[in-house]
Design a protein around this ligand. Structure first.
Ligand SMILES: *Cc1c(COP(=O)(O)O)cnc(C)c1O
Length: 358
């Protein structure tokens, strides 16, 4: 093979279609009405970019945002976002006071967090969402710990340190039967807390999966993540089948052409940018309207087989996108790489520029 041409600076990019985000949020919000949408923008909005996605989601009908950690909430506040924000992942170095004074609502699942809030010395009461574990065993008070957490929270509320706003939990989404058992567990935890004297302004439980298929789990709002980005939370359907549009298109330029019996094109994107190295033999990408099998994935580049077709340096390959032009979606790519679309989109490296359209 001979190298025909090459360019110096390959630039992959992730094109984010904000109209797709707005479409998905509006579609999901209509589906769950009168419940409302809390848009999950954790992990830099699943790799799509925190602020542009937050703004698009709010325009399309989301009424609050789930940010995971306080610093991300502070970024949104500094950008002028005024809607309710919920942060629930706290560590030893969490700046509680900054979060409380920025009106970031706090998910609380343990005593030490209540103590840290009380010690923070903020100038106003913290708004807290008390989290109970309903089977996922991830970041929630166990049913044994729950009554103690409620009593401690009521005491702090009495002292004006916190205001209890919500009871909430997270579902495993493993099966409908599991989710129904967790729903019953959640209801019973709420009743128990109310008997102890708590009253909740809102309840929330469902993420994308239960939000779509379990109406009785929607309560006051659904915390939509993956579906808002255009993907199905279910194994047996695609985002498209649910009326959703994938919002991210991952593109890379052709940087070299090797002409031999068949044309091989090198693309300026590799595993350092988040391209999976698993399942390469099954994988194909879209180049000039045709699918091209992937031959290898290196750190900063990948090689594809363009067959007998004409390809030039500077042409744009699409690794995944909305699927409407024959390209794979992140769901298809995830199947080849034996993972889920969530990992494909959040795995796109920070060094890949995000470009916004619509
Ligand atoms: C990530 C997350 C969500 C969103 O989940 P999806 O399945 O992506 O919709 C909702 N709630 C919590 C607590 C989460 O961590």
């Amino acid at each position: 093979m001979t190298i025909v041409d090459a360019v110096a600076e390959p630039l992959p990019r992730a094109v984010i279609d904000l109209a797709a985000v707005r479409h998905n949020v509006a579609h999901l919000t209509r589906l769950i009405a009168p419940a409302q949408t809390m848009l999950a923008v954790k992990a830099d909005a699943y790799g799509h970019g925190l602020l542009p996605v937050a703004e698009a989601g709010l325009e399309a009908g989301a009424t609050s945002l789930a940010v995971l950690e306080i610093p991300a909430g502070l970024v949104l506040r500094r950008a002028g976002i005024t809607v309710p924000l919920l942060a629930w992942l706290h560590g030893q170095d969490t700046d509680w006071r900054a979060g409380i004074e920025a009106d970031i609502e706090l998910g609380v699942s343990a005593h030490w967090q209540l103590e840290a809030i009380a010690a923070a010395g903020a100038d106003r009461p913290a708004i807290v969402h008390l989290k109970v574990d309903t089977g996922l065993s991830r970041n929630g008070a166990t049913r044994e710990e729950w009554p103690g957490l409620i009593r401690a929270a009521l005491e702090l509320q009495e002292r004006g340190v916190i205001r209890i706003r919500a009871a909430w939990s997270h579902l495993a989404d493993a099966s409908i039967a599991d989710d129904e058992a967790a729903l019953a567990e959640f209801r019973s935890a709420v009743v128990q807390a109310e008997r102890l004297g708590a009253s909740f302004r809102v309840l929330h439980l469902a993420a994308s999966s239960a939000g779509i298929r379990m109406p009785e789990a929607r309560f006051d709002f659904v915390r939509f993540g993956i579906a808002a980005y255009g993907f199905s939370p279910f194994d047996d359907s695609t985002g498209g089948e649910l009326g959703l549009i994938p919002a991210m298109r991952l593109e890379a330029p052709v940087t070299e052409i090797h002409v031999g019996g068949t044309t091989h094109a090198r693309l300026g994107i590799g595993y350092a940018d988040g391209v999976p190295t698993l399942g390469i033999a099954k994988t194909s990408i879209q180049l000039n309207g045709r699918r091209c099998p992937v031959i290898e994935v290196a750190a900063d580049s990948m090689l594809v087989d363009a067959g007998a077709h004409r390809v030039e340096v500077g042409d744009t390959a699409i690794l995944f996108g909305s699927g409407t032009d024959g390209e794979p979606t992140a769901e298809t790519y995830a199947d080849w790489a034996e993972t889920i679309a969530d990992e494909m989109i959040t795995g796109v490296a920070a060094r890949v520029p995000r470009v916004y359209i619509n």
